[in-house]
Design a protein around this ligand. Sequence first.
Ligand code: 2OP
Length: 220
Amino acid sequence: VLAFDLYGTLVDPIAIADQLERVLDRADSAAVARAWRARQIDYTFRLTIMDRYRDFGWVTARSLDDALASLGLQLTAEARADLVAGYDQLPPFADVAPALTALRAAAPVLIVLSNGSPEMIDRCLRNAGLRAHFAAVVSADDVRAFKPAAAVYQHAAAEMGVETGAIRLVSSNPFDVIGAGTAGMKTAWCNRTGAAFDTIADPPELTVTDLGELSRVLTR
Ligand code: 2OP
């Protein structure tokens, strides 16, 4: 089974900068998009550690508020709602669709494993034209804990009726790659930006620059 992370791996959360550009009167909307993403992930860690789960839609809205406040920016309630809805329209990376077709030759079962709520994941995949590639979608919402909690990866294995070691988790997010490996999954890090890996663990067993390379490596 190949399990794909969604945000940052299949679709680009930083592309929300285009929408931010239209509602914010400042040039570095990409910086706002990055601050928003960083706080969104920070919130998922903290809510999980405190056992105070709220779904990813709630986290995405509240982390936007935090990012804007920290940058001294204001938005109307309507513009805020439009931006949160924009998270359902994130564009897929160009390498994704062709690679998913090729990867079916390497792994008969492709799934999505994401922090997103089931509804968010479904909307995002359908708007990106990717839903049909996947046999199943597994949401962290089912276990009311976010990645890298082991329960998320164990839940995916249970849902698919396999051991965690029978799944390879593909993610651009080092915390996700390390979390999946810690839970016993095989992993692949999709490092599109050439960033350094996380120093909290050993380098990933497989690193690729995009999903096209992953399909070539795995089919070989
Ligand atoms: C996801 O779970 C980590 O946000 C990323 O899709």
